[in-house]
Design a protein around this ligand. Structure first.
Ligand SMILES: [Mg+2]
Length: 103
């Protein structure tokens, strides 16, 4: 695992442990949280035209809101991987290698 991914994983684990959230952070709940949060950036873009949703167009407020939703998804993914003992760096590289053979 890379140092930055490891550092973020530990930060999120400590945040959850301080709040005694371990009992809630079971794989089922975390997978559902990933799915729920993944819809939130979609909601930010939902009614925009393709042009309005381009990188140059969003207001600072909207760009911030989208970044925060991306963070939410990533936090739950990191927590899910941590709880399941998945090495994100390894599996992403493995998946990209596999995709190289498919596409
Ligand atoms: Mg969110």
């Amino acid at each position: 695992m890379t140092d930055e991914i490891n550092s973020l994983t530990e930060l999120i684990r400590e945040f959850a442990e301080k709040r005694d959230w371990g009992k809630f952070h079971i794989p089922k709940n975390l997978a559902m949280a990933v799915a729920g949060e993944a819809g939130e950036p979609v909601a930010e873009f939902q009614w925009l035209t393709p042009e309005e949703s381009s990188k140059e167009s969003p207001s600072d407020e909207m760009a911030h809101a989208i970044a925060m939703e991306i963070a939410d998804v990533q936090i739950y993914l990191l927590r899910l991987a941590d709880v399941l003992g998945v090495d994100i760096s390894k599996v992403v590289r493995d998946k990209i290698d596999y995709n190289e053979t498919r596409y």
